[in-house]
Design a protein around this ligand. Sequence first.
Ligand SMILES: Cc1ncc(C[n+]2csc(CCOP(=O)(O)OP(=O)(O)O)c2C)c(N)n1
Ligand code: SF4
Length: 328
Amino acid sequence: MAVSKPEYEEIKHEELELIPSLAKAPDLETYVPGHRTCAGCGPALTYRLVAKAAGKNTIFIGPTGCMYVANSSYLCTPYAVPWTHAQITNGGGVASGIEAAYQAMLRKKKYDGSFPNIIVMAGDGGGTDIGLQAMSGMMYRGHDALFVTYDNESYANTGIQTSPTTPYGGATTFTPPGPKVPEGKKLWPKDVPAMVATGHPAVKYVATASVAYPLDLMNKVRKALNKKGPAYLHIHAPCPKGWTFDSNRTIELGRLAVETGMWTIYEIDEGERKITVTPKKRRPVKDYLALQGRFKHLSEEHIAKLQAYCDEKLQEAGLKIPATPRTR
Ligand SMILES: Cc1ncc(C[n+]2csc(CCOP(=O)(O)OP(=O)(O)O)c2C)c(N)n1
Ligand code: SF4
């Protein structure tokens, strides 16, 4: 997995120190008031944390999605660092071009600052489906940039259509439950972090994270940016509108996803895989499903399938979380 590009060694990179605790997180905000996302929006919180961890020397690339449409209305935006829109298909391509331009400016001595943090912030549509080819190209060619997928498990901006990361059983406008397909979504999610890690020899760092574990998330952003080469971060980001839950429960939902095994949090650092968040207790998947309208149609049989999926994922990840009795 680790292939180094010798020319990177010549370039000035600011080393970002790991953050020891939430209390010591930087005060600087570069995702500031001025957005128009829904209350409790997990992707908006993701942006804020990624921006905080990355700091001022950052250029964001925003493929079409909620974080573009709701955040770039005329004369109103939350971005306090350079930000550019990309087509939903080509976030990785635009990042590659910006990175190559900086390399050229440095080579020609037209720029002598430190290399910027080049970060794509794509939804799961722009990161794992319609924009997959451009993301994969950026990883394959070895550009020095970070690709973040904020995963709200749907194409949210256009009305909550299914994406490759919508869970089995999730109702979306393209997977409505009905007599022929009672579970709604029939397919199981695509594992994009695994695809990136195993299929791209130049990639230095791949990790998953969740808005419910902000310190782990911010430090992964810093680790990824400290690598001289491509990195991929896949962040679980609950969406109150699409998943139909109360907007004050975003963090609770994020934690429940990890406690049930619907989401696992790990990193693959230069080929070394490590679980970075092990929850203290384990909960049945029912607890997670019960809080969300998108799963309300599921039968016991469907829930049992999801429970088996979680058990398998936790076993694969090597997580040994003590089971606790159901509390609700
Ligand atoms: C080539 C192309 N096809 C379709 C669209 C319409 N479109 C705009 S935003 C969007 C949904 C994006 O979903 P995702 O990337 O998951 O981000 P989210 O909206 O969930 O933040 C779609 C389908 C488009 N802009 N371009
Ligand atoms: S639909 Fe979901 S992702 Fe989009 S702004 Fe609302 S909460 Fe955020």
